[in-house]
Design a protein around this ligand. Structure first.
Ligand SMILES: NC(=O)c1ccc[n+]([C@@H]2O[C@H](COP(=O)([O-])OP(=O)(O)OC[C@H]3O[C@@H](n4cnc5c(N)ncnc54)[C@H](OP(=O)(O)O)[C@@H]3O)[C@@H](O)[C@H]2O)c1
Length: 276
């Protein structure tokens, strides 16, 4: 039995990249998983097949996270298929790295709608579907939220907004046994990053040079932390949200938090979390 046996999880944007990795990781840990996607039906079906072939349970559900009607349908399909909800992973995200002069209104709204409005709409719906035992919300942010990153004015702003959402909702929903945490990865090799031309670029070399482990992340690296935050193993982190674990930075050894008593938390072999 895995640590998530009997749990039900939704992962938004799970047809590829980090979301696909998290969906597979949660399923491997025993959760029934809803693989959400916007347009890549084939990718989502592939992720579902891989999970089912391994003996897991999963369905694919289309839905644009920035559209309230789609989000309601996503949760309704989840209820019909699996009956309940325990874990909500807000991974769906879009990014474009470009100089200030190139930013358009349309691009601003595209990124803010998916990366900020999307998680608000899904969390709004998730709280209605979590049972009396509460639930775990995991928001996928980015080191770009706090690290000064050129050519990233809109994307960085969306991820810092997501951090603010996490901070506020961790306090607002904590009394209802709903834990809200953020994972903020460094560079991870995904379809989206390949498509953006980052792999092999000077930008990638610069990012890697700043990581203690000297390598780009893989979706599985993020998935392992998501499984931890989804499971009872991290139940204490809810109790410490007032002080600490709001942001894990994978491969960069940093953690945002306020309480000076949480200066250093070590967990696992490769993740070191240091309060700033
Ligand atoms: N890769 C990195 O280096 C990195 C680093 C830090 C943080 N992140 C964050 O991690 C998340 C995933 O990034 P990634 O690199 O894995 O991206 P990716 O390979 O481009 O995959 C993005 C996923 O999001 C889905 N998606 C996009 N817009 C959506 C919408 N409106 N509604 C529902 N699904 C939507 C896509 O679905 P379709 O394929 O169907 O369009 C796809 O499944 C993002 O939030 C990103 O900001 C990535």
């Amino acid at each position: 039995m895995g640590e998530l046996t009997g749990k039900v999880a939704i992962v938004t944007g799970a047809s590829k990249g980090i979301g696909a990795g998290i969906a597979k990781g949660l399923a491997e840990a025993g959760a029934a998983v809803v693989v959400n996607y916007a347009s890549s039906r084939a990718g989502a079906d592939r992720v579902v097949s891989e999970i089912v072939d391994q003996g897991g349970r999963a369905i694919a559900v289309q839905g644009d996270v920035a559209r309230a009607a789609d989000v309601r349908r996503l949760f309704e399909e989840t209820r019909k298929a699996f009956g309940s909800l325990d874990v909500q992973v807000n991974n769906a995200g879009v990014f474009q790295f470009e100089p200030l002069e190139a930013v358009t209104e349309d691009e601003f709204h595209r990124e803010f709608n998916t990366n900020v409005l999307g998680p608000i709409l899904t969390i709004q719906e998730a709280v209605k579907h979590f049972g009396p035992h509460g639930g775990s919300v995991i928001n996928i942010s980015s080191v770009a939220s706090t690290r000064a990153t050129p050519n990233s004015v809109v994307y960085s702003a969306t991820k810092e907004a997501l951090e603010a959402i996490t901070r506020g909702l961790a306090m607002e929903l904590g009394p209802r046994k709903i834990r809200v945490n953020t994972i903020a990865p460094g560079g991870v090799e995904t379809e989206g990053v390949h498509q953006a031309g980052i792999v092999g670029s000077d930008f990638q070399k610069q990012m890697v040079s700043q990581t203690p482990l000297g390598r780009f992340g893989q979706p599985e690296d993020v998935a392992r932390v998501a499984v931890f935050l989804a499971s009872e193993e991290s139940g204490w982190i809810y109790r410490r949200t007032d002080c600490g674990l709001r942001r894990l930075a994978i491969g960069r050894a940093e953690l945002s938090g306020r309480d000076p008593t949480c200066r250093t938390i070590r967990w696992g072999r490769s993740v070191t979390l240091i309060d700033r």
